[in-house]
Ligand binder design. Structure first.
Ligand code: CA
Length: 715
């Protein structure tokens, strides 16, 4: 689910983080602490204030206290703690949250709501330390700097640009080399040491002579650890309604599904001019206003089961199914019953067989979970409609007036104001328990993880997702947690919430503009800067589990975005080369490349990049050439070790050329090179390289045609 337009908090957060980053050299470290008074049980605390634009800095629990340390430039800051989804009214005066709530507060000032914010003044520290002079920063408690992926502890430190010429990590008497991973306004260096390493220190060789040591540091007891299977194959998104009809016998069952919002929304029933859900043959022209939501095409779970060999052929090891539960629409984001499958999609036994067969084929399957709202057809919501305040579910929603007509947006709070999606009050412990129970149920059933829809629209988004993670991993520690966020969103990826967000910020904002080549100034250098910025903000474990989408059911098709062509158009050889470049680039990134169903067939769809693609999969018209290309890339992704590595290292870029390395430096390391502009010759680093696409050995330089690319492996 996605609302178009509006700047989200994640984006604002990223801009603020960028601004804050520029001034970090002059910053002083300030630790904020919170100790709950005796008898108060606390599950999550965030620092929110002018230092983070009233965003969230999660505080970590140490024994009975909570704390977070952040670098602050000299200045005056106002803040509050956000405790289990609640604001203490006054940060200085006594309340159930303690008195004072923050021992760091030097004063309090009116918050404009009758309460008071804490105030702290940060002064410039007089004598800069050695670390400050070098711009060195490393914090073992931060997932950005320390996490585990593919069985190795990955360490990253930042240092001023051009200050260091080499570095190593000492673990006891063993030295491990560090290497420059990427450059932003600073340099980020990276090293791999054995997982389980408890203590280590850094040794930096300075440019201009001399060495400096930092440490020893201790690893945290439970570092953010990547689930290893995620980065070892390709992923595939399935929108079941329009994928494949494996069982025509269930095609019309939506008509008997009395939870359909159509039947529950009197306003719609009273309006005969509103089109009814359509019964459409697979190959009919289905582009109507109802395609998004109410055009039942017949696709089902049996269809997914039938096509597992096809997915295996593409190297798929992770299937993301959009919602499959009883709902009022074809897309299923308006859930009626979280614990029952939509009847037109199939029976529980079919789902069981699908998961079983997928697991046999080495695939994982995640389900789409919509915890922020229900549909109008939900029995909980219908109970409120009928009984009002006497309903046991009255406190599950935020109702402004009763009685009301479902569909009346003024009567209750709804998702982004869409009246068919009444918001759940996730701060109500009963609602929270129910939703966690739902997630646990489906993980127990056999799903390998969960994709969470629109999490930032929940009032208590971060504390809810922390609990969801605990609940899911409590049942399956190898499960994968994916969140819908369209922005650069490190706030979710610190090891306590999601493993990855849907990386639209990479695919849609960097890879497609680069491969689309519509703006020559967005060439290789620009793309490398964007990727470097994002990877400087994401912990290595989150990079290693990246869910790298190019297009989804919420956007138009990849080829339509690259060619600006709609259904029935004729893509040129250059358009198709752009698509090959985009998916080759996506496949070379850490984590997993994600194909939206049918993109591998070079299908076109709706033209506008913001149009949601829900057109039925025209199996008979699949481009065999593009399919074979995806198949060969999928084979490389599953078989080349460097492509499973958590290491992404920036290479050279100029003109249309973009390059980066995968895998630890040395033999077996992979150099991926791309060119989105005119044919050119690229000089290669020393050594003999094998071109993994054609097996040829290259050295010295490599000729790249327009839209050319290569995966080179160091021999
Ligand atoms: Ca069917």
């Amino acid at each position: 689910m996605h609302k178009l337009g509006g700047l989200s908090r994640g984006w604002v957060w990223a801009v603020c983080a960028l601004l804050a980053w520029a001034g970090v050299a002059a910053a002083a470290k300030v630790t904020f602490t919170y100790t709950p008074p005796k008898g108060l049980s606390v599950h999550a605390v965030d620092l929110r204030g002018s230092m983070n634009s009233w965003g969230e800095s999660a505080m970590a629990r140490h024994g009975g206290s909570w704390s977070v340390t952040i670098a602050l430039k000299p200045g005056v800051y106002q803040y509050k703690y956000y405790i289990d989804g609640h604001w203490p009214k006054n940060m200085c005066k006594g309340s159930r949250y303690g008195s004072p709530v923050s021992p760091q507060a030097q004063a309090c000032i009116g918050d404009g709501y009758g309460g008071a914010n804490a105030v702290i003044t940060v002064k410039a520290s007089s004598a800069p330390s050695e670390a400050q002079r070098l711009g060195f920063h490393f914090s073992p408690q931060q997932a950005d700097d320390l996490s585990v992926a593919q069985g190795q502890l990955t360490l990253r430190f930042q240092v001023g640009d051009g200050r260091v010429q080499a570095a190593k990590v000492w673990v006891g008497r063993v030295a491990y080399p560090a290497f420059l991973q990427l450059r932003t306004s600073k340099e980020t260096w990276m090293a791999l040491v054995p997982a389980g390493t408890e203590s280590f220190r850094f040794q930096l060789e300075l440019r201009g002579g001399g060495t400096r040591s930092f440490g020893p540091y201790r690893s945290p007891a439970h570092p953010f650890t990547a689930v290893n299977w995620v980065g070892k194959g390709t992923a595939y998104e399935i929108f079941p309604n329009s994928f494949y009809n494996g069982n025509p016998a269930n095609d019309l069952l939506w008509k008997t599904d009395r939870t359909d919002e159509y039947y529950h929304n009197p306003k719609w029933q009273e309006n005969p001019s509103r089109p009814r859900p359509l019964e459409t043959a697979w190959l009919d022209a289905p582009v109507t206003a109802e395609l998004c939501c109410h055009q039942y095409l017949g696709g089902d779970l049996r269809g997914v089961l039938d096509q597992l060999p096809y997915l295996k052929f593409l190297g798929v090891h992770l299937i993301y199914l959009t919602p499959i539960f009883e709902a009022g629409s074809t897309h299923g984001y308006d859930t009626s019953n979280y614990l029952k499958l939509a009847p037109w999609l199939g029976k529980t036994s079919t789902l069981k067989a699908l998961l079983h067969r997928a697991h046999q084929l080495g695939m994982h399957v995640i389900f789409d979970f919509v915890p922020e709202d229900t549909g109008l057809g939900s029995p909980m919501f219908q109970s409120v409609v009928k009984l009002g305040p006497r309903s046991p579910y009255w406190s599950w929603y935020t109702i402004n007036k009763w009685p009301f007509t479902p569909g009346d947006a003024s009567a209750y709070q709804s998702w982004e104001g869409v009246a068919s999606l009444p918001l759940l009050k996730t701060t109500n412990p009963q609602v929270e328990r129910y939703l966690l129970h739902v997630a646990e149920h489906w993980i127990r059933f056999g799903f390998d993880g969960v994709r969470v829809d629109s999490p930032s629209t929940m009032v208590n988004d971060h504390s809810f997702i922390r609990k969801l993670r605990q609940a899911v991993l409590g049942i399956n520690p190898r499960a994968y947690l994916l969140g819908e966020d369209w922005n650069v969103a490190p706030q979710w990826l610190q090891g306590h919430q999601f493993d990855s967000v849907m990386n639209y910020a990479i695919g849609r904002n960097v890879l497609i503009p680069y491969a689309g080549g519509r703006y020559p100034f967005l060439g290789g250098k620009w793309a490398l800067q964007q990727l470097s910025f994002i990877y400087s903000r994401y912990p290595v474990a989150a990079q290693a589990m990246g869910f790298n989408v190019l297009s989804t059911h919420d956007t138009s098709r990849l080829l339509s975005q690259l060619s600006n062509l709609g259904l029935g158009g004729h893509p040129s050889p250059l358009d198709l080369a752009r698509q090959r470049l985009a998916i080759a680039l996506d496949t070379a990134l850490p984590g997993t490349p994600v194909t939206f169903q049918g993109d591998e067939c070079a299908f076109l769809g709706k033209k506008s990049p913001d149009d949601q693609e829900r057109y039925p999969f025209q199996w008979s018209q699949c481009s065999q050439a593009m399919l074979l290309f995806y198949h060969r890339l999928g084979l490389l992704k599953t078989s080349v070790r460097a492509l499973h590595s958590p290491v992404w290292r920036a290479g050279a870029a100029s003109g249309g050329v973009l390059s980066f390395y995968r895998g630890a430096p040395g033999k077996g390391e992979l150099l991926a090179i791309f060119n989105d502009q005119a044919a050119t010759k690229v000089s290669l680093p020393q050594g003999n390289w094998t071109d993994l696409w054609n097996g040829e050995v290259v050295r010295g330089s490599l000729a790249l045609p327009r839209m050319g690319w290569a995966y080179l492996s160091l021999r």
